[in-house]
Design a protein around this ligand. Structure first.
Ligand SMILES: [Zn+2]
Length: 143
């Protein structure tokens, strides 16, 4: 995943710039489906995506995932950096339920003091960069 941004600017949200490896991710999320790159041979998931499997070198393709996972790590953003996100808020690194080590970054829509490592969450695909693309955010769920 590649984004562009103006360092220090709060006047413009980052806009995804899909490349050959990430285009499938952005096309899928635009259609409201979270898909992750998966090996067609050994069936391992991988993220960030690549055209070939990091494990066995065989071709990969994007496949839908559950969107469920848990907070692996997080930070609390206390300064305004992105329009539409009023601090304080949490940016989490979420490990997906499909496979250990497959982690996505996104805002966790929960009170800052409620977020903790291991918190079960589920993805919501929200407009980013003016609405042409959708990116992952996460909301708490019960197990
Ligand atoms: Zn493989």
């Amino acid at each position: 995943m590649t984004t562009t941004s103006d360092p220090g600017a709060v006047t413009r949200a980052p806009v995804p710039v899909p490349d050959a490896d990430s285009a499938g991710f952005w096309e899928s999320t635009r259609d409201g489906v979270l898909s992750i790159d998966r090996c067609t041979q050994c069936r391992r998931w991988q993220h960030p995506p690549l055209e070939a499997c990091r494990h066995c070198g065989q071709p990969t393709r994007f496949e839908p995932v559950s969107g469920r996972g848990e907070v692996f790590s997080f930070i609390v953003v206390r300064q305004p950096t992105v329009p539409g996100h009023e601090p304080p808020y949490v940016v989490g690194l979420v490990e997906l339920a499909e496979q250990s080590g497959i982690r996505l970054t996104g805002v966790v829509r929960a009170p800052v003091d409620a977020v903790h490592i291991g918190m079960p969450v589920e993805v919501r695909l929200m407009p980013v960069g003016g609405g042409e693309f959708r990116g992952p955010e996460f909301v708490p769920v019960s197990r």
